[in-house]
Design a protein. Sequence first.
Lengths: 236, 236
Amino acid sequence: MRYELYYWPQIQGRGEFVRLALEEAGADYVDVARMSGGEDRMMALMQAPGPKTPPFAPPFLKAGKLLIAQTANILLYLGDHLALAPKSEAGRLWVHQLQLTIADLVVEVHDTHHPIGSGLYYEEQKPESARRAEDFRAHRAPKFFQYFERILAHSDGPYLTGRRATYADLSLFQVVEGMRYAFPILSKRLAKKHPHIVELHRKVAMRSRIAAYLKSERRIAFNQMGIFRCYEDLDG
Amino acid sequence: MRYELYYWPQIQGRGEFVRLALEEAGADYVDVARMSGGEDRMMALMQAPGPKTPPFAPPFLKAGKLLIAQTANILLYLGDHLALAPKSEAGRLWVHQLQLTIADLVVEVHDTHHPIGSGLYYEEQKPESARRAEDFRAHRAPKFFQYFERILAHSDGPYLTGRRATYADLSLFQVVEGMRYAFPILSKRLAKKHPHIVELHRKVAMRSRIAAYLKSERRIAFNQMGIFRCYEDLDG
């Protein structure tokens, strides 16, 4: 089956968590909005009165007759179909729980530069961003990193669930990538205290399909429009 | 099986979405932290080095040998086991997608009074809250309500998926309840434009087990410690 991914073509954003899963599995997919006329097709699909399961926002995935939205939900589906998650109920729920916790962290990263409104520019909310980012650096980022470090320290391998990489590992890799871009100073401090997370990032980056993807043109560079943005003021 | 729910005993919060599902299904469950010594047990379970699937935060559910965290993930599990979701893959994913969108809305409600940091008091972030709430009232709340209204208008019954109530319907009911408490003025305005949501709320409130629960002592009253808080300044 050829999957159709719909996401903003200019950024990694939340779509990147899906792209990484598709790439790791060597899946046949089209990144629709990056094709000619594709962004219009994406908008049309969102606004069409027809579909029974309309997305609230991108990313969404067409998989045969299914139209699936919400990043973690798409990954739940791909985890089953592309063998990127355990098959047991307990294992599936655990990996999904990890993914939802990563999603919570991603919201908090986004809100460091958009604490007031996602429809406003960063420049319209700079003082509030500075305060929110201070709290993020001091409390929230360390709390999330500690949590994932603890899980990796107790795991039987380099990955969150042991020796096999799941979609949650790919997502945690992406968080580390994004943090390094957006918060280079904070990231160095976090790296020292969380060696297992650093190692997970290294292992994922070395996986052959991921390594090939990261070097390809399919990987959009980080930039100042995505979730992870590099504003010196916010890195302390 | 007797389920054990672990959540802060003083508030509805995110735990309430799980409580409503357990109540609707007539499930056998204990709200552990509301028992004598229960909050200590909850904290101990979170900090214990032992469990293989530690929660990042409450709520979490013990179901036999499983320890499941993240509200939407708990509901995914209960949806299957308590017949609160369709059985088909397409139906399960759709209800979960709706739940994750409700979860996004809940984060935005929380951030109207905590835009800077969840560890700070509201009184320490009042000007920022006023700005964030203004954006929420003008843009975000209407956008979410429009989305759910549109789905209900196209559905074959009073509920999101038609004639059978799912856990997402219970959660949407709870959002309306919370909005009426926290944003009474905004809620009246939203109600006029979203009659299907008003009707869904009414239908859920009339379901016999939910009606009994709402009248019982098990239902904690809304208060100024939960996600939905009533600050006049924020209601415009």
